[in-house]
Design a protein around this ligand. Structure first.
Ligand code: TEU
Ligand code: CA
Length: 556
């Protein structure tokens, strides 16, 4: 296994709209990010990933791009971006952008041309099909955000494909011109000195020939078997690597939607020269049985252990993954996996201890470093996310759930939870902006905020700093061989990791009760590297853990 800067690196994801508003118009922006670069650096971050910053009508907050080589005016100018890149590099960090190449905006010039006529030179940039015999959509494909994945276009009498909203038409990757356009956009940013890309829904770019109907199975299975992993996906990723990425000191991080442990290697095995790493959805979706808002299952530690194990095995020695417990598409990690009330501090730090000691690149999402929690929006008027709004609208038609319940479901799993403005201080709007922000600030900003935590040595923020520094100093955290202890223990997660002379043991208690663990060696003398409590009860070979206690012991 080759050791590289991006493998050992810690990635910090910024959702620019919600990060920091420098000109007080209620929307986060690039200058707002520049203001906070020293803060990001203080977390021992190596790589910053920016969610899309390109021109966009914002149907899906920038994931609907209308010009790949421009900056969204709300976020600033190209000069602002150049300065951000320069200032990031000056601090020894890297910057990657979010490449949304499966689809663009319906307001992109390509689509505006394409819909003019069947003969238009841009027509073939998209997927157009004749209506079915009854005039309905060409097949039964459903959009990720509800409703048919096909939209009828009156002018030419055909349907176009959109796996996301109707304002996000899918690009036709079979067309070499489309691929060249995307590669050129990549080159534009790489030539500026950008260090790589996070690749949005990249497994979806190749569509199945003949657009066959999806079978009647769960949506996740449909994604894997029908939407993702199409027949030409590897050919094009290989081409993209050869023609673009490999020419620069840059890397690619794939959003692994529809990728499972059996086909992951095809995307990230080093000798295949496609992508550098991927993050999978198994942890992120482990409580979601099928649909986003429905069938939520309780959190289960044994399941988490299985997921980490299966991914370690899948790519061991050949490929690489990134690990994430949260991002802009999911509710807040502490609210989903920890205890955001009584053991708020302890469980936040314990989860971070688990994440920082897993093999793989670590992905952190803005605000998780201060333990930001879910928000309770009071009415549908406060909801901003298109996925939640579509779910609500769809439900009004079907009346499957009461309006109150639908809002409750949105509050539990909706993406706005992760998108509320970052809480910098206890001031108005959490110090994000003086102007009313585009999405409500969590009222708990009066207690949960960066400023408070800066001054508190026991804060989540300072714990993140401490453990990320330890991770940086100990390669065993990232590359160590993993040995599972008491795998079937449903309350404790225990593992040893070894790399050369370095040897650590991680013990994590996932319960709000004390936990006990007996080891086959005397532990009295061991050095404690990380601990989310002040002390640790050790008696010879027996350890007693406090609720949600997590420790890393140095056995070396
Ligand atoms: O997400 C793709 C994706 O699979 C998500 O739609 C995911 O299933 C869902 O959000 C979980 O609730 C990417 C982006 O991360 C997301 O923000 C975009 O909306 C989407 O692609 C379309 O570009
Ligand atoms: Ca602004």
């Amino acid at each position: 296994m080759k050791l590289t800067w991006f493998k050992k690196g810690t990635i910090y994801q910024i959702y620019p709209r919600s990060f920091n508003d420098s000109n007080n118009d209620g929307i986060g922006d690039i200058r707002g990010i520049i203001e906070k670069l020293d803060y990001i650096k203080s977390l021992h971050i190596d790589i910053i990933w920016l969610s899309p910053i390109f021109s966009s009508p914002n149907d899906d907050n920038g994931y609907d791009i209308s010009d790949y080589c421009s900056i969204m005016p709300e976020f600033g100018t190209m000069e602002d971006f150049d300065e951000l890149l320069k200032e990031t590099h000056k601090r020894g960090m890297r910057l990657i952008l979010d490449l949304v190449a499966n689809h663009c905006s319906d307001e992109h010039n390509w689509f505006e041309e394409a819909k003019k006529s069947k003969e238009n030179p841009y027509r073939d940039y998209f997927h157009w099909r004749k209506p079915a015999a009854d005039g309905g959509p060409p097949n039964n494909w459903m959009s990720f955000f509800g409703g048919s994945a096909w939209e009828f276009d009156e002018v030419t009498g055909e349907y176009y494909l959109h796996l996301f909203t109707r304002k996000q038409p899918d690009l036709n990757w079979e067309n070499p011109k489309v691929r060249e356009e995307i590669y050129n956009a990549m080159r534009f940013w790489l030539d500026k000195g950008v260090d790589g890309f996070r690749m949005d829904v990249i497994p979806l770019i190749s569509k199945r020939i003949g657009y066959p109907d999806a079978p009647n199975v769960g949506f996740r299975k449909i994604i894997e078997d029908v939407y993702a992993n199409g027949p030409t996906v590897h050919k094009y990723l290989n081409e993209m690597n050869e023609k673009v990425i490999s020419k620069y000191d840059a890397f690619s991080l794939a959003e692994g939607v529809g990728i499972n442990e059996s086909n992951a290697g095809l995307y990230v095995d080093e000798d295949r020269k496609e992508l550098d790493m991927l993050y999978h959805f198994d942890i992120l979706e482990c409580t979601i049985v099928n649909g986003k808002f429905e069938e939520v299952s309780p959190f289960d530690l044994i399941q988490i252990k299985h997921i980490f194990k299966k991914w370690r095995d899948a790519i061991h020695g050949t490929g690489w993954i990134a690990n994430a417990m949260g991002n802009h598409d999911f509710a807040r990690m502490i609210s989903r996996f920890g205890d955001d009330k009584k053991y708020y501090l302890e469980s936040s730090k314990m989860l971070m201890t688990m994440m920082s000691t897993q093999n793989g690149t670590l992905n952190i999402y803005q605000g998780d470093e201060i333990g930001m929690t879910n928000i309770t929006l009071q009415s549908i008027d406060e909801v901003r996310d298109i996925q939640s709004l579509n779910f609500y609208k769809e439900n009004l038609k079907t009346n499957k759930y009461s309006k109150e319940l639908a809002l409750e479901m949105i509050n539990k799993e909706g993406r706005d939870n992760a998108r509320t403005p970052v809480q910098w201080s206890d001031e108005i709007n959490g110090g994000f902006s003086i102007q009313e922000p585009w999405l409500k600030v969590n009222p708990n900003h009066t207690t949960i905020n960066v400023k408070n935590q800066e001054n508190d040595p026991d804060s989540i923020l300072n714990f993140y700093r401490q453990i990320l520094k330890v991770r940086k100093d100990h390669d065993v955290f990232v590359y160590g061989d993993f040995e599972e202890i008491e795998f079937n223990n449903p309350s404790l997660y225990i593992y040893k990791k070894t790399l050369g002379e370095e040897k650590i043991m991680v013990i994590l208690n996932f319960e709000s009760l004390k936990g006990h663990f007996e080891y086959n060696e005397n532990l009295n003398e061991v050095n404690i590297l990380v601990n989310n409590y002040k002390g640790l009860e050790i008696e010879n070979n027996r350890i007693t853990l406090e609720p949600y206690q997590g420790v890393v012991l140095d056995l070396g």
